[in-house]
Design a protein around this ligand. Structure first.
Ligand SMILES: NC(=O)c1ccc[n+]([C@@H]2O[C@H](COP(=O)([O-])OP(=O)(O)OC[C@H]3O[C@@H](n4cnc5c(N)ncnc54)[C@H](O)[C@@H]3O)[C@@H](O)[C@H]2O)c1
Length: 268
């Protein structure tokens, strides 16, 4: 199992790296992982953990996803293993703001990291993926199809990433490469932890989610493992929502209880 995971130092990316290493180890394979993140020290800690617990071979690359040279460096690292079975392009971030006052430089940086970097990395990995008949998974978001306040450019970025995934899926399926995405809902990670420090905010959010709990990184990692694995062999261009049912709640709210006053036609 030869896989690249970006954003692997923390949160969802870290959980994905751990899940993939665990699963490969369970199958009796040597997990081979290229882990990428801007946080070098934390990434080294993750790598050491995977080496100790799962006998993994890990290459660590510290870098900024907005750097257009980075994808080549990452692909060259994976090339040492002769092919690539999985690319998990996960690194991304949200920045609060409103579009009326959002800075141009912030918009450009968000699109560089949350969209462009995913395309450039997938493109750099194409020969290796083709050779191994590999799989690609992007981390999109429930925000890709739902405007999200106060996150200004985040939903537009994730919507673009979602369509990039679909575009790649149809271009690359004939080459034997599957491309899909996971869209987390509200998930507790270091990136979102400040949101949940206020326990009343957490309770309000949990009340809105049909599953009545905030998602955990391991929930997302399980979905990624499925999309990378043989059970998903005929799954192409799919956005797998992992959100406790939140996506379906637009018409679910106490104010909708007004419907209870409407009688059946036969009772009118
Ligand atoms: N947590 C949520 O509620 C949630 C919901 C939907 C989608 N997502 C998406 O999931 C992915 C992971 O989010 P998370 O919650 O685990 O975040 P996180 O902040 O906890 O972890 C993200 C990791 O990616 C790295 N990273 C971010 N930008 C980078 C860059 N430009 N260059 C290099 N490394 C970079 C960070 O250093 C960090 O280690 C992101 O794409 C995010 O948009 C998260």
């Amino acid at each position: 199992m030869r896989t690249i995971v970006t954003g692997a130092a923390r949160g969802i990316g870290r959980a994905i790296a751990e899940r993939l290493a665990h699963d490969a180890h369970q199958r009796g394979e040597t997990p081979r992982l290229v882990l990428v993140d801007q946080l070098g020290d934390e990434l080294a800690t993750v790598a050491a953990h995977l080496q100790t617990h799962f006998n993994a071979e890990v290459q660590v690359i510290t870098g900024q996803m907005a750097n257009v040279q980075l994808p080549t460096v990452v692909a060259e690292a994976a090339a040492q293993w002769g092919g690539l079975d999985g690319l998990v392009s996960n690194a991304g971030y949200a920045q609060p703001g409103d579009l009326v006052s959002f800075e141009l430089a912030d918009w450009d940086q968000m699109f560089a990291v949350n969209v462009r970097a995913h395309w450039l990395l997938a493109k750099a990995c194409f020969p290796l993926l083709q050779k191994a008949q590999g799989k690609v998974v992007f981390t999109t978001s429930i925000s890709a199809s739902n405007p999200t306040t106060p996150l200004a450019a985040y939903s537009p970025c994730k919507a673009a990433l979602l369509m990039l995934m679909r575009q790649l899926s149809v271009e690359w399926a004939p080459h034997g490469i599957r491309v899909n995405s996971v869209s987390p809902g509200m998930t507790l990670t270091p990136g979102t932890a400040p949101v949940y420090q206020d326990t009343s905010v957490r309770a309000q959010r949990e009340a809105r989610i049909p599953a009545r709990r905030i998602g955990m990184p391991e929930d997302i990692a399980g979905a990624v493992a499925f999309l990378l694995g043989p059970d998903a062999d005929y799954v192409h261009g799919v956005e797998l929502m992992v959100d406790g049912g939140l996506q379906h709640t637009v018409m679910v709210s106490p104010v909708m209880d007004g419907w209870r006053a409407v009688q059946r036609p036969s009772d009118r």
